[in-house]
Design a binder for this molecule. Structure first.
Ligand SMILES: C[S@@+](CC[C@H](N)C(=O)[O-])C[C@H]1O[C@@H](n2cnc3c(N)ncnc32)[C@H](O)[C@@H]1O
Length: 212
């Protein structure tokens, strides 16, 4: 399973652009990183009933499949519009177990959990706050819990933006020291975002299991 889907992605830009992003990506399937984590839990006989934290959940591309699979989901986003879309769809399907949290990565403590899912979102955390955010992710995950998501690499076009967080390969290895890496894929490609922005992507797709 390749994780290449960067043409799906939006920009770290103002609210109106995130709303366009939610429209442009509506109905798209869950991320391969999430599916890989769910498959790994399933092999252990785990899953339904667990608590997933979805960071930068948007309108629920991953949160909704998690709820459908019987997970409880604590979904955080800084955009009320994304959360409202997620809540509407969850209610329409009669899905239970959703806690929607309006807040920013930088200042929202995470609950103890089994899975942290962060699809194409963590690079929007300002670099000054990223170390504390990552430390919060590691602390929130129970031993045997999993991280699934993406981080930006240094050659990404957005890495030059002062508000964007990126990691080098050595930096990534340091971040993943408390984990067993289950899948790591480096993607580097030229593509166009749903908002029509041409950009160079350098992405780490990560699946990792918190060491005991
Ligand atoms: C590219 S979208 C990804 C949405 C979803 N995870 C997906 O895969 O479709 C990034 C999301 O992160 C949210 N976001 C950006 N900066 C954030 C921050 N500092 N704190 C919380 N959420 C943030 C945006 O509002 C947006 O919904």
């Amino acid at each position: 399973m390749s994780d290449s889907e960067t043409s799906d992605e939006g920009a770290t830009t103002p609210s109106r652009d995130w709303q366009r992003y939610y429209c442009a990506t509506e109905g798209r399937p869950p991320r391969p990183t999430l599916l890989r984590a769910l498959a790994a839990f399933a092999r252990e006989g785990l899953g339904a009933g667990g608590l997933a934290v979805d960071l930068g959940c948007g309108s629920g591309r991953d949160a909704l499949p998690l709820l459908r699979a019987g997970w409880r989901v604590w979904a955080l986003d800084s955009e009320a519009e994304g959360l409202a879309r997620l809540q509407r769809q969850a209610a329409a399907e009669g899905l239970e177990g959703l806690t929607a949290v309006l807040g920013r990565f930088e200042d929202t403590p995470l609950p103890p959990c089994d899975l942290v899912n962060a699809s194409f979102s963590l690079f929007a955390c300002p670099p000054a706050h990223f170390p504390a955010l990552w430390s919060g992710i590691v602390t929130a995950l129970r031993p045997g819990g999993r991280f699934a998501g993406q981080l930006l690499g240094p050659r990404d076009s957005w890495a030059a933006r002062p508000e964007t967080s990126f990691v080098t390969r050595d930096g990534l290895d340091a971040l993943l020291a408390p984990f067993t890496v289950e899948h790591l894929e480096e993607e580097e490609t030229d593509s166009v975002t749903p908002m029509g922005e041409a950009k160079h992507w350098h992405i780490w797709h990560v699946n990792a299991r918190r060491s005991s």
